[in-house]
Design a protein around this ligand. Sequence first.
Ligand code: NAI
Ligand code: MG
Length: 334
Amino acid sequence: MSPVICLLEGDGIGREVIPAARRVLEVLCPDLSFVQAEAGWETFQREGTALPERTVDAVAHADATLFGAVSSPLGPAEGYRSPIVDLRRRFDLYANLRPVASQPVADSRTGIDMLIVRENSEGLYSGIERRDAERAVTERVITRSGSERIVRRAMDLAMERRQHVTVVHKANVLRATCGLFREAALAVAQEYPRVRVDELLVDAAAMRLITAPESFDVLVTTNLFGDILSDEAVALVGGLGLAPSGNIGESVAVFEPVHGSAPDIAGKGIANPVAAFGAAAMLLAHIGRPHDASVLRTAMARVLESGARTPDLGGDATTDEVTEATLGAMEELI
Ligand code: NAI
Ligand code: MG
């Protein structure tokens, strides 16, 4: 049966980079079928919800979803909830994956090829908070089952890579929460004798990302630490215009560029589509098309090397020109 891909363009440059990614996917995998659905700030303004039920249905029924970016309201907007956060909750998309690899651009360091696996459903983002005028408390919820499933995911992914996992925590201070995460991680590690497992305190990990990023293969960590470290890591390899990510649950997976809706350049036709192409490549690997994913990645690298780059990378190419160049490079590879 032909896989169904749900496309959520969202707002701003999401409307430019997702159609570009669709063109690439259509050429690479002519058997895919696409459904388009709405989400985001403009949808909220029109319908009073940023994630209509029909969109939730479309995501639930697709084999995977490609999400662009959404704008957040600048002022108070009663009833507004971020659709990506909403999707993570509704479908329990507990694993956030961020591949970070050297790119053939001047701003990228060389020798880097890592995957950051961030727990995406608990930790300090539990939303359980209380405050009065003088004191505020956020509960950091860590469960054994939540820790085990994210570490198992990281181990499985490491088996397809260089079989090295670094568990990042702060168990020397956060003895209860990080202590449980660490304990669960080391127990799961016993199930994977072929994976080399080490651990790092989060502050040391932040430093090592700058001093020796090539020493990492897979990093696995809790929600807040992963959020911070994964943005830090993206800055090592060329920045937002190139960075893809995935939100994975048991039955639903949503892939997206890391960047937002970029209102400063939206509508100008100069958004860098490479991050969205990278998200499309992750999607292809996820739906069991690793060969197509690698063709796309090779084509993306060739295009960057050829110098067809958008202004964020110092070039003068448009979104369309980079897309055409990528289609051309793919045709040579297929
Ligand atoms: P942003 O990622 O949209 O833009 C930051 C800077 O990077 C801007 O100068 C932008 O022009 C540039 N940039 C980003 N992606 C680019 C691309 N593909 N090609 C070329 N340049 C690119 O972050 P910002 O400005 O903080 O947020 C803008 C809006 O996006 C806000 O409403 C924010 O809430 C939302 N946002 C949404 C996200 C999502 O949907 N997952 C993630 C981050 C922000
Ligand atoms: Mg972030």
